[in-house]
Design a protein around this ligand. Structure first.
Ligand code: IMP
Ligand code: MG
Length: 169
């Protein structure tokens, strides 16, 4: 497997994103980070530990891929939120954005709960693959159209524990 981002490169970028998020949100307003399972779990764990402000955490599970490497465009909700997000600032934490269909679905879904705001943070963005126009507020790295794994991201449930990000050949 070919390495795309090393552990050190990822750590440095995650720290910068955490500082940006800390700076952008008012300290006196509740902030909830919502991780999309399972791919975001390592990114989220590292990101929130680099943040200094108070933050609540929750997770949501969605599915559109099965074991395939291409999205089906059909998103299913597998696990809903536990916390109430009404009038709170919400930041969705995603591992990688491809067509944008998953995030578009989730953003509309969460808007029905009337949060104060919704922003999106993703570690990786395959910007050239986008099928829907959706604003991404925090992007770790923009990447070309490769199938990548590691740092939480899988291929058929494998490689999530790889500490760096690599390209599957
Ligand atoms: P989208 O709905 O097409 O934007 O797909 C986003 C989701 O597809 C991500 O949350 C990932 O779970 C998955 N995905 C997209 N690209 C890759 C990849 O290169 N490797 C592994 N999973 C990917
Ligand atoms: Mg995902």
């Amino acid at each position: 497997m070919k390495q795309l981002f090393s552990q050190a490169e990822i750590a440095q970028r995650v720290k910068q994103l955490a500082m940006e998020i800390d700076r952008d949100y008012p300290q006196d307003q509740p902030l909830v980070a919502i991780g999309i399972l399972k791919g975001s779990f390592i990114f989220m764990a590292d990101l929130v530990r680099e943040m200094e402000r108070e933050i609540a955490l929750d997770f949501i599970a969605l599915s559109s891929y099965g074991d395939a490497t291409e999205t089906t465009g059909v998103v299913r909700l597998l696990k809903d939120l536990d916390v109430d997000i009404k009038d709170k600032d919400v930041i969705i934490i995603e591992d990688i954005i491809d067509t944008g269909l998953t995030l578009e679905y989730l953003k509309h879904y969460l808007q029905q709960r009337h949060p104060r705001s919704i922003r999106i943070a993703t570690l990786l963005d395959k910007i050239n693959r986008r099928q829907v126009d959706i604003a991404i507020d925090y992007i770790g790295f923009e990447i070309e159209d490769h199938f990548v794994v590691g740092y939480g991201i899988d291929h058929a449930q494998k490689y999530r524990n790889l500490p760096w990000i690599g390209i599957v050949e």
